[in-house]
Design a protein around this ligand. Structure first.
Ligand code: SAM
Length: 260
Protein backbone atom coordinates (compact mmCIF):
# COMPACT_ATOMS: atom_id res chain seq x y z
CA UNK A 1 0.00 0.00 0.00
CA UNK A 2 1.39 3.43 -0.93
CA UNK A 3 2.19 5.74 2.00
CA UNK A 4 -0.06 8.50 0.65
CA UNK A 5 -3.12 6.24 0.73
CA UNK A 6 -2.53 5.07 4.30
CA UNK A 7 -4.89 6.59 6.90
CA UNK A 8 -3.31 9.56 8.64
CA UNK A 9 -2.79 7.75 11.99
CA UNK A 10 -1.14 4.81 10.17
CA UNK A 11 1.27 7.15 8.36
CA UNK A 12 2.20 8.88 11.62
CA UNK A 13 2.59 5.57 13.52
CA UNK A 14 4.84 4.34 10.70
CA UNK A 15 7.35 7.13 11.19
CA UNK A 16 7.08 6.88 14.99
CA UNK A 17 7.79 3.11 14.89
CA UNK A 18 10.62 3.51 12.40
CA UNK A 19 12.11 5.83 15.04
CA UNK A 20 11.53 3.36 17.90
CA UNK A 21 12.82 0.33 15.97
CA UNK A 22 16.46 0.35 17.11
CA UNK A 23 15.30 0.15 20.77
CA UNK A 24 13.36 -3.03 20.00
CA UNK A 25 16.29 -4.96 18.49
CA UNK A 26 17.79 -6.18 21.78
CA UNK A 27 14.49 -7.26 23.41
CA UNK A 28 13.41 -8.74 20.07
CA UNK A 29 16.58 -10.87 19.89
CA UNK A 30 16.12 -11.98 23.52
CA UNK A 31 12.55 -13.12 22.76
CA UNK A 32 13.62 -14.89 19.56
CA UNK A 33 16.20 -16.72 21.68
CA UNK A 34 13.73 -18.37 24.08
CA UNK A 35 11.31 -21.19 23.41
CA UNK A 36 9.01 -20.54 26.37
CA UNK A 37 6.93 -17.44 25.55
CA UNK A 38 6.43 -14.64 28.06
CA UNK A 39 3.99 -11.80 27.49
CA UNK A 40 3.65 -8.09 27.98
CA UNK A 41 5.66 -5.54 29.87
CA UNK A 42 6.18 -7.79 32.95
CA UNK A 43 7.05 -10.93 30.93
CA UNK A 44 4.19 -13.01 32.33
CA UNK A 45 4.82 -16.71 31.61
CA UNK A 46 2.75 -18.42 28.93
CA UNK A 47 1.64 -20.99 31.54
CA UNK A 48 -0.32 -18.20 33.33
CA UNK A 49 -2.15 -16.96 30.21
CA UNK A 50 -2.17 -19.76 27.59
CA UNK A 51 -2.21 -17.46 24.58
CA UNK A 52 -0.85 -20.02 22.12
CA UNK A 53 -2.17 -23.51 21.37
CA UNK A 54 0.51 -25.93 22.59
CA UNK A 55 0.47 -27.84 19.31
CA UNK A 56 0.10 -25.61 16.25
CA UNK A 57 1.10 -28.25 13.71
CA UNK A 58 -0.02 -27.18 10.23
CA UNK A 59 -1.95 -24.14 11.47
CA UNK A 60 -2.01 -21.04 9.27
CA UNK A 61 -1.28 -18.24 11.71
CA UNK A 62 -0.96 -14.47 11.32
CA UNK A 63 0.65 -11.95 13.65
CA UNK A 64 -0.96 -8.52 13.25
CA UNK A 65 1.61 -5.83 14.01
CA UNK A 66 4.43 -8.35 14.38
CA UNK A 67 7.31 -5.93 15.08
CA UNK A 68 10.45 -8.06 15.37
CA UNK A 69 8.22 -11.15 14.89
CA UNK A 70 9.29 -13.21 17.89
CA UNK A 71 5.68 -14.33 18.48
CA UNK A 72 5.68 -15.70 14.92
CA UNK A 73 8.96 -17.49 15.68
CA UNK A 74 7.35 -19.09 18.77
CA UNK A 75 4.37 -20.16 16.66
CA UNK A 76 6.66 -21.65 13.97
CA UNK A 77 8.46 -23.68 16.64
CA UNK A 78 5.06 -25.06 17.72
CA UNK A 79 4.48 -26.27 14.17
CA UNK A 80 2.50 -23.35 12.71
CA UNK A 81 3.00 -21.69 9.32
CA UNK A 82 3.15 -18.07 10.49
CA UNK A 83 2.89 -14.87 8.48
CA UNK A 84 3.73 -11.48 9.99
CA UNK A 85 2.45 -8.09 8.94
CA UNK A 86 3.79 -4.79 10.25
CA UNK A 87 3.51 -1.13 9.34
CA UNK A 88 7.17 -0.23 10.02
CA UNK A 89 9.86 -0.98 7.41
CA UNK A 90 12.52 -0.64 10.13
CA UNK A 91 10.88 -3.12 12.48
CA UNK A 92 10.64 -5.57 9.57
CA UNK A 93 14.34 -5.02 8.79
CA UNK A 94 15.12 -6.22 12.32
CA UNK A 95 12.67 -9.12 11.96
CA UNK A 96 14.40 -10.21 8.72
CA UNK A 97 17.85 -9.97 10.32
CA UNK A 98 16.63 -12.10 13.26
CA UNK A 99 15.19 -14.67 10.84
CA UNK A 100 18.69 -15.00 9.32
CA UNK A 101 20.38 -15.09 12.72
CA UNK A 102 18.09 -17.83 14.07
CA UNK A 103 17.72 -19.73 10.76
CA UNK A 104 13.92 -19.57 10.77
CA UNK A 105 12.13 -17.94 7.85
CA UNK A 106 8.48 -17.15 7.23
CA UNK A 107 6.72 -14.47 5.16
CA UNK A 108 6.78 -10.90 6.46
CA UNK A 109 4.61 -8.21 4.86
CA UNK A 110 4.89 -4.45 5.09
CA UNK A 111 1.35 -3.19 5.51
CA UNK A 112 -1.50 -1.92 7.61
CA UNK A 113 -3.22 -4.56 9.77
CA UNK A 114 -6.48 -2.64 9.29
CA UNK A 115 -6.47 -3.56 5.56
CA UNK A 116 -4.31 -6.62 4.92
CA UNK A 117 -3.45 -8.18 1.54
CA UNK A 118 -4.67 -11.62 2.68
CA UNK A 119 -7.58 -13.52 1.13
CA UNK A 120 -10.81 -14.19 3.04
CA UNK A 121 -10.64 -17.18 5.44
CA UNK A 122 -6.84 -17.62 5.15
CA UNK A 123 -5.95 -18.31 8.79
CA UNK A 124 -6.73 -20.66 11.68
CA UNK A 125 -5.21 -18.35 14.27
CA UNK A 126 -4.50 -14.61 14.56
CA UNK A 127 -2.58 -12.93 17.35
CA UNK A 128 -1.42 -9.48 18.39
CA UNK A 129 0.70 -8.60 21.39
CA UNK A 130 0.70 -4.79 21.58
CA UNK A 131 0.51 -4.62 17.76
CA UNK A 132 -2.84 -4.09 16.06
CA UNK A 133 -4.23 -4.59 19.57
CA UNK A 134 -3.42 -0.99 20.51
CA UNK A 135 -2.06 0.74 17.37
CA UNK A 136 -4.91 0.03 14.95
CA UNK A 137 -8.43 1.35 14.98
CA UNK A 138 -10.51 -1.51 16.43
CA UNK A 139 -13.45 -0.55 14.19
CA UNK A 140 -11.31 -1.51 11.19
CA UNK A 141 -8.77 -4.11 12.38
CA UNK A 142 -11.22 -6.37 14.23
CA UNK A 143 -13.60 -6.80 11.23
CA UNK A 144 -10.46 -7.30 9.09
CA UNK A 145 -9.22 -10.05 11.43
CA UNK A 146 -12.68 -11.67 11.19
CA UNK A 147 -12.48 -11.52 7.38
CA UNK A 148 -9.10 -13.27 7.11
CA UNK A 149 -9.86 -15.95 9.74
CA UNK A 150 -11.48 -19.23 8.76
CA UNK A 151 -14.84 -19.98 10.43
CA UNK A 152 -13.98 -21.36 13.86
CA UNK A 153 -10.58 -19.62 13.74
CA UNK A 154 -9.29 -17.89 16.87
CA UNK A 155 -8.14 -14.33 17.53
CA UNK A 156 -6.07 -13.58 20.65
CA UNK A 157 -4.85 -10.10 21.54
CA UNK A 158 -3.04 -8.50 24.46
CA UNK A 159 -2.61 -4.81 25.22
CA UNK A 160 -2.86 -2.25 28.00
CA UNK A 161 -5.62 -2.84 30.53
CA UNK A 162 -8.54 -0.47 29.99
CA UNK A 163 -8.42 0.58 33.64
CA UNK A 164 -4.78 1.55 33.24
CA UNK A 165 -5.73 3.81 30.32
CA UNK A 166 -8.40 5.49 32.48
CA UNK A 167 -5.71 6.12 35.12
CA UNK A 168 -3.28 7.67 32.59
CA UNK A 169 -3.62 11.43 32.69
CA UNK A 170 -3.92 13.41 29.45
CA UNK A 171 -0.57 15.05 28.72
CA UNK A 172 1.45 12.29 30.41
CA UNK A 173 4.23 10.48 28.58
CA UNK A 174 5.75 7.00 28.71
CA UNK A 175 7.77 7.99 31.81
CA UNK A 176 4.83 9.36 33.82
CA UNK A 177 3.67 6.91 36.50
CA UNK A 178 0.10 5.79 36.06
CA UNK A 179 -2.19 7.29 38.70
CA UNK A 180 -4.40 5.63 41.30
CA UNK A 181 -7.26 7.93 40.27
CA UNK A 182 -9.53 7.96 37.26
CA UNK A 183 -7.91 10.60 35.04
CA UNK A 184 -10.11 10.36 31.94
CA UNK A 185 -13.76 9.82 31.13
CA UNK A 186 -14.66 6.29 30.06
CA UNK A 187 -17.47 7.45 27.80
CA UNK A 188 -16.15 8.33 24.37
CA UNK A 189 -12.75 6.62 24.85
CA UNK A 190 -11.49 5.39 21.47
CA UNK A 191 -8.52 7.22 19.97
CA UNK A 192 -5.63 8.62 22.03
CA UNK A 193 -3.10 10.96 20.43
CA UNK A 194 0.12 11.21 22.44
CA UNK A 195 1.66 14.66 22.42
CA UNK A 196 5.14 13.55 23.50
CA UNK A 197 5.99 11.31 20.54
CA UNK A 198 3.17 11.99 18.04
CA UNK A 199 1.86 8.42 18.10
CA UNK A 200 -1.79 7.36 18.09
CA UNK A 201 -3.26 4.46 20.06
CA UNK A 202 -6.77 3.08 20.36
CA UNK A 203 -8.50 1.78 23.49
CA UNK A 204 -12.17 0.87 23.78
CA UNK A 205 -14.33 0.50 26.90
CA UNK A 206 -15.17 -3.17 27.50
CA UNK A 207 -18.84 -2.72 26.65
CA UNK A 208 -17.95 -1.22 23.25
CA UNK A 209 -15.37 -3.96 22.64
CA UNK A 210 -17.88 -6.71 23.42
CA UNK A 211 -20.37 -5.16 20.98
CA UNK A 212 -17.71 -4.74 18.26
CA UNK A 213 -16.47 -8.33 18.61
CA UNK A 214 -20.02 -9.67 18.52
CA UNK A 215 -20.97 -7.50 15.52
CA UNK A 216 -17.79 -8.63 13.70
CA UNK A 217 -18.82 -12.29 14.00
CA UNK A 218 -16.80 -13.36 17.04
CA UNK A 219 -17.88 -15.34 20.08
CA UNK A 220 -15.95 -14.23 23.17
CA UNK A 221 -14.23 -17.10 24.98
CA UNK A 222 -12.29 -15.25 27.65
CA UNK A 223 -11.22 -11.82 28.86
CA UNK A 224 -8.17 -12.12 31.12
CA UNK A 225 -7.39 -9.20 33.38
CA UNK A 226 -3.70 -9.98 33.69
CA UNK A 227 -2.49 -10.40 37.26
CA UNK A 228 1.23 -9.78 37.41
CA UNK A 229 3.09 -12.41 39.47
CA UNK A 230 4.86 -11.29 42.63
CA UNK A 231 8.53 -10.50 42.05
CA UNK A 232 8.03 -9.63 38.35
CA UNK A 233 10.11 -6.84 36.85
CA UNK A 234 9.62 -4.45 33.95
CA UNK A 235 11.68 -1.89 32.09
CA UNK A 236 8.56 0.25 31.50
CA UNK A 237 8.66 3.21 33.88
CA UNK A 238 4.95 4.12 33.74
CA UNK A 239 3.62 1.20 35.78
CA UNK A 240 5.01 -0.09 39.07
CA UNK A 241 4.72 -3.67 40.31
CA UNK A 242 2.76 -2.27 43.26
CA UNK A 243 0.12 -0.84 40.87
CA UNK A 244 0.08 -3.94 38.68
CA UNK A 245 -0.42 -6.24 41.70
CA UNK A 246 -3.64 -4.36 42.52
CA UNK A 247 -5.14 -3.61 39.10
CA UNK A 248 -4.87 -5.08 35.59
CA UNK A 249 -2.18 -3.21 33.67
CA UNK A 250 -2.85 -5.55 30.72
CA UNK A 251 -5.74 -7.54 29.31
CA UNK A 252 -6.07 -10.47 26.93
CA UNK A 253 -9.09 -11.10 24.72
CA UNK A 254 -9.60 -14.63 23.36
CA UNK A 255 -12.35 -14.89 20.74
CA UNK A 256 -13.46 -17.36 18.08
CA UNK A 257 -14.99 -16.59 14.69
CA UNK A 258 -18.48 -18.06 14.61
CA UNK A 259 -19.20 -20.91 12.22
CA UNK A 260 -16.98 -23.82 11.26
C1 SAM B 1 5.13 -3.09 20.44
S1 SAM B 1 5.34 -3.64 18.77
C2 SAM B 1 4.49 -5.20 18.77
C3 SAM B 1 5.47 -6.29 18.49
C4 SAM B 1 5.91 -7.10 19.68
N1 SAM B 1 4.90 -8.03 20.11
C5 SAM B 1 6.35 -6.25 20.84
O1 SAM B 1 5.60 -6.14 21.83
O2 SAM B 1 7.46 -5.66 20.74
C6 SAM B 1 4.12 -2.67 17.92
C7 SAM B 1 4.18 -2.86 16.42
O3 SAM B 1 2.92 -2.51 15.86
C8 SAM B 1 3.21 -2.03 14.57
N2 SAM B 1 2.06 -1.30 14.02
C9 SAM B 1 1.61 -0.07 14.37
N3 SAM B 1 0.55 0.27 13.61
C10 SAM B 1 0.34 -0.77 12.76
C11 SAM B 1 -0.58 -1.01 11.70
N4 SAM B 1 -1.52 -0.10 11.38
N5 SAM B 1 -0.49 -2.17 11.03
C12 SAM B 1 0.46 -3.09 11.32
N6 SAM B 1 1.37 -2.90 12.31
C13 SAM B 1 1.31 -1.76 13.01
C14 SAM B 1 4.43 -1.16 14.78
O4 SAM B 1 5.07 -0.87 13.56
C15 SAM B 1 5.22 -2.01 15.74
O5 SAM B 1 6.17 -2.80 15.09
Amino acid sequence: MRDDVLPEHVQRNRSVWDGFASDYEVPGRANWGVNDPTWGIFSVPESNLLLLPEDMTGMDAVELGCGTAYVSAWMARRGAKPVGIDNSPKQLETARALQQEFGLEFPLHLGNAEATPFADASFDFAISEYGAAIWCDPYTWIPEAARILKPGGRLVFLGNGFLLMLCTAPGSDSETPVSTRLERPLFGMHRLDWEDDGSTEFHLPHGKMVALLRDSGFAIEELIEVEIPEGSTTTCPFVSLEWARKWPCEEVWKVRKRGG
